[in-house]
Write a protein that binds this ligand. Sequence first.
Ligand code: ADP
Length: 495
Amino acid sequence: MPPRKKAAAPKRSVLIIGSEAVPFAKTGGLADVLGALPAALARLGWMVTVALPRYRGIQDGTLVERLPVTVGGVTADVRFFEAPTADGARALLVDCPELYDRETLYGAGGVDYPDNPRRFAVLVRAALEFAARGGSGPTIVHAHDWQAGLAPVYLKTLYAAHPVIGGTPSVFTIHNLAYQGTCEADWLPRLDLPWNLFTIEQLEYWGRISFLKGGINNAEIITTVSRKYAGEIQTPEVGAGFDGILRRRSADLVGIPNGIDVEQWDPSRDPFLPAAFSAEDLGGKAASKREVLAQYGLPVTDATMRRPLVGMISRMIDQKGFDLIAAIADDLPRLEATFVVLGTGEARYQQLWTALAAAHPDRVGARIGFDEPLAHLIEGGADIFLMPSRFEPCGLNQMYSLRYGTVPVVRGVGGLDDTVRDYSPRSTRSTGFVFHEYTGAALLEALRRALALYGDQRRWRTLQLAGMRQDYSWDRSAREYVKMYERAIKMVAGG
Ligand code: ADP
């Protein structure tokens, strides 16, 4: 028989499910990822749908469908609104006022809404029902964090034999291991889940059930937001009780670093900088430095312009290494450097910096608050950026720093280790300074190494330029996700 002409392959499609996405709803980094990744996947030729709740205040979208979604015997009347997003991707806003029309996304007064298991089970079920109602479902489902953790579970149970979406592979991404989505086991029937999932290999977690665990144990592939963090979360120190669960799946667990918004963070056209600069012409960087010093009320003189300016923008909490800063607080003003810090957080760390600034008004500037324009200006004007984190799933500021020719001094954990290459005089690929031991002394030593090299402007320039030429665009990360989608598809096809 002559070979039949192959029909053009249908466009591959991904159904992304998560609880927040820019520009619709944001409380953290997950929203940035779900705001940027869909467009990058669409640029690679994928059809992309991002399903999230239509929370209070979201006005976007056109009503495209209305379906009853029954979970645990209780039917919700769900309306679906579609809103186009960048580069041809679309958001699917799942509307169900009794579940999502609330003051905040996850809880009130520091306490989670008691019906969160139902709220996010309905989100997942609604997204899957919507996808299943046509003739062909998505090529893959990509679920994010515990709120979407039941998507891989439902695909393997309720929908396993579904004529349209049965057998659809899934990828599960962990952005924050600290949120594990646990609830009492008696939720199982209310979520349409059989009791045989109440085992240690499935959803059971210390006598309760965990949505996060469900996602990890049922997705074909699990990803997290940096390569190093993917290894670290398999250890008791960073695993937050999930290290054993993750070790069991280590063959299918990969790290894919987040990208950054290269439009918003671009020193050649950043409206918050007094002068543009780039790898080709770094001349304008000095104007930002001058402006930072001025805005912090630090002296603007030839001496302070020559002295390296060390910046830090961060939530002031232990995770970000502020206890290390506290340990070397007396040494900092004695270094040949000026320090500026921007952030909010624990009172003791805010006080530490304000006291340092008061005691050394010509050496240290502290600004307590959240200030996006100033954050851009510091990235533009600082020579060195400090990020001594205890742990860091991915981290963004070190990538902004690299793009702005601001040499990062970081602890070699998580995304910091993925993105910053420690200085070696023999390598032209070094981009910053990395220390490992979690001590003030190790941080101080790395900082001293950076300050010493700053004296050698030729070598310093090589370091800056190597960082500025790195690619941290979402396109790069999206290509890695596509590889994982393809691997998951093969895993299911191969039985
Ligand atoms: P995390 O998400 O753990 O806080 P990241 O480095 O991943 O740390 O991202 C922090 C983001 O928040 C960056 O974009 C950073 O510039 C911004 N940011 C943090 N604190 C402030 C602040 N006080 N003012 C302005 N931007 C801030």
